[in-house]
Write a protein that binds this ligand. Structure first.
Ligand code: ADE
Length: 298
């Protein structure tokens, strides 16, 4: 569902962006809005077929009068050499890299208790280390000498992320990385910010959670103050704002785009229990426990 950008046509004419995970979901919406605003976009992911198809679809929508073009480049962001290659190929193709949007990532739902070490490491490796590789390589290849803007896409993990401990930890780390890089790279004219989406509906996200997808999305609606899910275009507009000169004095910050979801209830149910610590010696908490225990049915 491509919605026309609210930003000025031609706002990003002759700029160049790299969007990881740019062929699907939120990344695709970001790439499409950038293209609409005149920015050339390198879309990158690990999956060749989907990436090529997305690039084909996007390039057909670019008007002949636009200076923009789209280039698909394969890259596994976990691999530092592939990320280096991504930056040098983008520079070979376009001669500059103004924007980097770190959107590529992935996770699966599992209680922490049952998460394998392999699964944990894979999610940390993609969502945290992959983002670090992209930031470090775009900086050394281009932004150190020419400036630029980086936007990291993180998640609503502000109250922990029960059911997805790995991605919660990785995204919180990226929130912190955002602040560090904003300071370390300020003198190069590089701004670094994050966007933290609430629950966003996309076909790819639905497929990622397999048979649990429809239930997960349906269950989350009452937990949104907006009483609806977000759409990728609502993340894209926030990213375009942060990339634009309208945000020229914003760096090191994270913009929550969640309709207030992070301020509201948690979806995680805690069963009734009385697993309290032992009372300190000499004290008896039985009366208090009795008072606070869930009312039995009358
Ligand atoms: N999207 C999900 N995992 C990825 C990876 N390892 N590299 C690039 N994009 C990804």
């Amino acid at each position: 569902m491509a919605v026309s950008s609210v930003f000025r046509p031609g706002l990003f004419n002759h700029k160049v962006a790299i969007v990881t995970g740019g062929g699907t979901g939120i990344g695709k919406a970001i790439s499409e809005e950038l293209l609409e605003l005149g920015c050339s976009v390198v879309i990158s992911s690990r999956k060749a077929d989907r990436l090529e198809a997305a690039a084909q679809e996007m390039s057909q929508k670019i008007p002949a009068s636009s200076p923009a073009s789209v280039t698909p480049l394969l890259c596994n962001i976990r691999n530092e050499d592939e990320v280096k290659e991504l930056m040098s190929s983008a520079l070979k193709r376009y001669g500059r890299i103004d924007f980097l949007v770190n959107n590529g990532g992935g996770q699966f739902s599992s209680p922490a208790e049952h998460m394998s070490s392999k699964g944990w490491k894979a999610v940390i490796d993609t969502n945290l280390t992959g983002t670090f590789h992209c930031c470090q390589q775009v900086y050394s290849a281009w932004m150190k000498l020419h400036g630029g803007v980086i936007v990291n896409i993180i998640a609503d993990m502000w109250k922990g992320f029960p059911g997805m401990a790995h991605t919660g930890a990785a995204r919180a780390a990226v929130d912190n990385l955002t602040k560090t890089l904003a300071i370390e790279w300020a003198a190069s004219g590089v701004r670094v910010n994050s966007v933290a989406p609430g629950t966003i509906f996309s076909k790819t996200a639905m497929e990622n959670y397999k048979e649990m997808g429809p239930t997960l999305f349906k269950m989350s609606v009452p937990f949104s103050p907006a009483k609806r899910l977000g759409v990728p275009e609502e993340i894209s507009s926030a990213v375009c704002f942060l990339l634009s000169p309208a945000a020229s004095y914003i760096s090191g910050d994270t913009l929550k785009v969640d309709a207030g979801q992070s301020l509201y209830h948690s979806m995680w149910e805690i069963p009734s229990h009385s697993a309290w610590p032992e009372a300190p010696e000499g004290e008896n908490l039985d009366a208090l426990k009795d008072l606070l225990k869930p009312q039995s049915k009358l």
